[in-house]
Design a binder for this molecule. Structure first.
Ligand SMILES: [Zn+2]
Ligand SMILES: [Zn+2]
Ligand SMILES: [Zn+2]
Length: 271
């Protein structure tokens, strides 16, 4: 409990799932399967990303191939921090569009990631970091390396955790009572410990069939059960899963995420 005079320890945010699809998105180009041709909008999945937003600030997790469309659709008017889970194209390839926020806000965008993620980013977007380039035509991002300790992003205390995506380490994030983990095929014990106590969890679940670098639905259920949130949503979904049909098979409290899913969380302030 906080006394009336103590500073607020948490800050309320609305989480919006901007994309819940795997790297190819759904519909998959050229595919005419029942999910890709479905009229249920929840079967239309842009590349995976979420936003935490309140009246003052907006924090984005991942900035993939569909970022421009997501920003237009959700009227993302400002950006205070970008958190990167890893450097695969479906999570970073929208970075050039951060220029718009540089121009509008007149400042750089703090961009957080593991040492490996940021080193990959520098290689993949070498033109951004080349001293030969003039400013203005490239996104202005301040790279902030995160390790195992909590870090300050836009005034929030964010707890990172390392999960494995095949052999590639990927960063998950906890914001107070909400945890977000994508592109995991294995969630180690210490990551589970860091996530215990969250009320809301978004975790990746690709499909029912096994995959070398992504959790299946059953594996994601098992991981979520160990963490024990009140509600869990699965993301980074392929076209194997029809939204309604899959939800009917999930345990109570667990559902597939969908683009446009929203819920409110209490993030921890960095006091
Ligand atoms: Zn991915
Ligand atoms: Zn399909
Ligand atoms: Zn990936």
């Amino acid at each position: 409990m906080t006394s009336p005079n103590s500073p607020l320890l948490t800050e309320s945010f609305r989480v919006t799932v901007l994309g819940s699809g795997t790297s190819a998105g759904v519909p998959v180009m050229t595919c005419d399967c029942p999910v890709c041709t479905s009229s249920d909008p929840r079967n239309h999945r842009l590349r995976s990303s979420i936003m935490l937003r309140n009246a003052e600030k907006t924090i984005l997790v991942d900035c993939g191939s569909d970022f421009r469309q997501q920003a237009l659709q959700w009227k993302i008017q400002r950006l205070d921090a970008l958190l990167l889970t890893h450097s695969h194209s479906d999570h970073i390839s929208g970075i050039d569009d951060l220029r718009i926020y540089n121009w509008k806000q007149g400042c750089t965008i703090d961009t957080f990631g593991s040492a490996q993620t940021l080193s990959d980013l520098k290689q993949r977007f070498s033109y951004i970091f080349s001293p030969l380039q003039e400013g203005g035509g490239v996104p202005q991002i301040d790279l902030r390396t995160i390790a195992a300790q909590p870090f300050n992003a836009a005034g929030l205390k964010v707890m990172p955790m390392e999960v494995m995506h095949g052999k590639l380490p990927v960063t998950g994030f906890r914001f107070g009572n909400f945890g977000y983990v994508t592109d995991a095929s294995h969630v180690p014990d210490d990551a589970i410990e860091k996530l215990k106590g969250v009320r809301y969890l978004i975790l990746n679940a690709l499909r029912w069939r096994p995959h070398p670098t992504h959790l299946t639905v059953d594996e994601a259920i098992a991981v979520a059960k160990r963490i024990g949130p009140e509600r869990a949503w699965f993301t980074h979904i392929t076209h194997d899963l029809d939204h309604e049909e899959t939800n009917a098979k999930l345990p109570k409290g667990y559902e597939l995420a969908h683009d446009g899913l929203e819920f409110d969380v209490e993030a921890e302030r960095n006091t």
